[in-house]
Design a protein around this ligand. Sequence first.
Ligand code: PLP
Length: 360
Amino acid sequence: MINVTKTFLPDQEEYLQYVRGIWERGYLTNNGPLLQQLEGQLKEYLNVDYLYFCGNGTIVLQIAIKALELKGEIITTPFSYCATSNAILWENCTPVFVDIDAATFNINAELIEASITPATSAILATHVYGNPCDVEAIEAIAQKHNLKVIYDAAHAFGVTYKGKSLLSYGDLSTCSFHATKVFHTIEGGALISNHPELDRKLHLLRAFGHQGDEHYEFAGINGKNSEFHAAMGLVNLPQVPAIIQARKEVFEAYDSLLNWDILFKPTLSADIEYNYAYYPVVFPSEAVMFRVMEALKVGEIIPRRYFYPSLNTLSFMPRQIACPVSEDIAARVLSLPLYVGLPYEDIERISRMINGHLSP
Ligand SMILES: *Cc1c(COP(=O)(O)O)cnc(C)c1O
């Protein structure tokens, strides 16, 4: 069976060495030494000043919204994982969906201003598949209308844009280190901040909002992560350049094998160093996509409809807002298997099966 992804597992002995250290110290969680060590290494690797390692990539979205004290409406993208809009709902704000650009699949910055109202407090956009949003245009709109900007950068680990970490754009960026992501800590996430003045607040929000047993400042949450998760990060982080290189090879193999007269994929920005996080392909119609999916399934190959459905169509959204481009792409996109160690023969086989089922 070949799945859309396969979790990278590092050398077991290296991980166990860290675990033995945890046993010796008897210190399992709460801002422990391994967590601090990982935060230091991540800041260095990503070249960012303020980074908070947290429980997962969803709680960091919630903490970001809380930290910036957002209220009312938040402009967001319908083409993302449900965690993006769910976090907005959990923070009692209203997601206002703005359609995506048909070439990049990121929020269409040209459509944002028409959706701004007096109730708008922020823009929360996803760097889809690790491909940067139009960060300059979004920054200009945010300045003009006095809005905050949060990027869901769950896909963007290690991506640089114009020579800078993509995570350093916006007021806050969030990352997921879930087992399925390019860099993982089993479960985990991080908040990346460009605001020194928020440092204390972000530390407190992550850990219940109090310092010691005397000093309760506000209602924080449990966004912490453990020494075991930090250990997985410490073992995996040095492997990231090799992981990205191996993913690049799979990515380029698909590039050379698939039938681009019929298929298409999002256009990557020219100004990036990419992390090869996903391999999405868009089929001519949903019917063709289903036919390909069936054929792959017979060969025990399981791609993923990612992202599907377009989030604006979810029944529990407080407002139904049409996003025709996002709905169209979501209906006919598949992310193909992409992971370290996927053999070239399998990439060839998958590509052959896809190319063989494309007639209308
Ligand atoms: C994975 C992902 C998340 C959620 O991250 P978790 O660590 O699983 O909570 C949020 N947004 C996007 C775009 C993701 O891909």
